[in-house]
Design a binder for this molecule. Structure first.
Ligand code: HEM
Length: 321
């Protein structure tokens, strides 16, 4: 394609007054301007050619670019050392061990329940955050917000049901996970501490379910929380109807039940307290314990597991040697 001045498609040849800037100053100046323009165009062409070449090289070998090297600081050739380094030097990949026992992560051993519990928890945090955009923890509007969400908000019913069913699913999954940990004896040395962390996570999961129950402010939640918190009356030492409670000065107006409800009946204060426990305090505490739980799985030597077995194909390989 012929060189142009970029405006009217005409060649930007030397001597064109327009290229010289001052058309009245004569052909000397115009020629000078033209050659300058040509030099600029030649420079731009060279830059374009270099850019195309660099782009081709980037597509061919992205690992050689500065951007790649700034993100992943090790070479990625197919050697066990480089693969291990790749994992160890990356904060996200480092959360997992560089090598694991294949049999220990088999679904028929773990049932995948711990991991799935965690993914359901993440879904609950996500849907719960969206629900918070539509919900006010106030006796006057809480139930109305739920009706609005169910009938007027686009996908509101889906959102609410994802959260509610997810909560049921999490309780079932956490119990199945605990059952498998028990069946495989994974509570024994050196995993006793992580079992205890797990028990706390189970309690926190149940508390999340219980506090969430009151939030719609419907009859179901109201009576469930009335019955549940009535049990707190009988807490030893801290409940006014529990062993040694009265002797320690507990009354319906200063005992643990009063503290939970923010009053002596299930009312506006109870709703606000349930909301804060459910949406802020318990998720923060549970998330912190989950971090410790996962970290300990790794530090306790990875997931416990059956003794490693060899695949038939591997046995043949060994025989060949
Ligand atoms: C929010 C609840 C929980 C989450 C998200 C969770 C997550 C996990 C995950 C991802 C693992 C890795 C292995 C696997 O998937 O089975 C694991 C292992 C383990 N969990 Fe949990 N867990 C929870 C509750 C519990 C409970 C209730 C217990 C027991 C009381 C428990 C005890 C253990 C133990 C001992 C291990 C190590 C198991 C082994 O090495 O075989 N966890 N957990």
């Amino acid at each position: 394609m012929a060189d142009t001045n970029g405006h009217d498609g005409k060649p930007a040849s030397a001597g064109t007054p327009a290229a010289g800037g001052n058309g009245a100053s004569g052909s000397g100046n115009g020629g000078n301007g033209g050659s300058k323009l040509q030099a600029v165009i030649a420079g731009a062409k060279a830059t374009q050619t270099r850019a195309i070449e660099e782009l081709k090289e980037t597509v061919k070998a992205p690992e050689k670019t500065d951007v790649w090297k700034s993100v992943l600081r090790v070479k990625h050739d197919e050697t066990p050392r480089s693969r291990a380094l790749g994992v160890l030097s990356n904060v996200f990949l480092h959360l997992h061990p560089a090598k694991i026992n294949r049999d220990a992560v088999a679904y028929n051993y773990t049932w995948g329940m711990g991991g799935m519990t965690f993914y359901v928890y993440i879904t609950l945090v996500f849907t719960g955050t969206l629900l918070m955009f539509y919900y006010h923890p106030s006796k006057i509007v809480a139930f109305r917000d739920i009706l609005y969400l169910e009938s007027d908000v686009p996908f509101g019913k889906l959102l609410r049901n994802m959260h509610r069913w997810g909560a049921h699913l999490m309780v079932i999954m956490v119990e199945l996970h605990m059952f498998r940990v028990f069946l495989t004896g994974s509570y024994k040395k050196p995993r006793e501490f992580n079992w205890v962390v797990g028990v706390l996570l189970l309690v926190l999961t149940l508390l999340l379910s219980f506090t969430g129950y009151l939030l719609p402010d419907d009859q179901l939640g109201f009576w469930a929380v009335t019955v549940g918190t009535n049990m707190a009356r009988a807490t030893p030492l801290l409940g006014h109807a529990g062993p040694f409670g009265p002797q320690l000065g507990m009354t319906p107006f200063n005992d643990v039940r009063f503290g939970l409800l923010g009053g002596s009946i299930v009312d506006a204060n109870a709703l606000l307290r349930a909301y804060i426990w459910h949406c802020v305090a318990i998720p923060i505490i549970a998330s912190a314990f989950m971090v410790v739980h996962f970290w300990r799985v790794r530090k306790d030597g990875g997931i416990s597991g059956p003794a490693p077995v060899m695949l038939e194909s591997e046995i043949k390989d060994v025989k060949k040697i």
